[in-house]
Design a protein around this ligand. Sequence first.
Ligand SMILES: Cc1cc2nc3c(=O)[nH]c(=O)nc-3n(C[C@H](O)[C@H](O)[C@H](O)COP(=O)(O)O)c2cc1C
Length: 145
Amino acid sequence: MPKALIVYSTRTGQTKKIAELIAEGIRFGGVEAKVVSVHEIKKESDLDGYDGYVFGSATYHGEMMQGMKTLLFLAEKAGLGGKPGGSFGAFGWSGEAPDRIYDTMKNVFNMDMVSGSLRLKSAALGGGIQMAQDYGREVGKKLAK
Ligand SMILES: Cc1cc2nc3c(=O)[nH]c(=O)nc-3n(C[C@H](O)[C@H](O)[C@H](O)COP(=O)(O)O)c2cc1C
């Protein structure tokens, strides 16, 4: 069974909730999904053994959180090229982080990205639960191929 890794960076927990909903959507398609905090990824080899990756961070002061920046530097040498990918994050008004992560995964890691990033004001607001699960389904479809 293909396996996806979802890594999140959060301050107040919204981005973690979105990560868990994306994982549910991935699992609906018969793909395994593991959800971890950025702080659990300490070395390149912690990223080994997955068929797809979804990275997410909340936006603070117009940026992704420091932990996600560190993860992206680490992932640069993890051989993710060609693998399916997606990005996400909770935001309040400008929401830069998910698109920055997406662009790095696409342009630096050369991953096979889904159609765009997922930005949500919170996991529960404005259809967020459904949108996050649907995003997971989209990632799952790429992995099941
Ligand atoms: C000090 C501070 C700065 C923030 N800066 C931004 C920002 O620049 N752009 C934005 O869209 N949201 C910003 N937010 C809102 C957070 O992104 C939002 O509360 C989000 O849901 C937090 O997600 P988390 O629970 O995963 O940490 C900021 C919030 C705080 C408290």
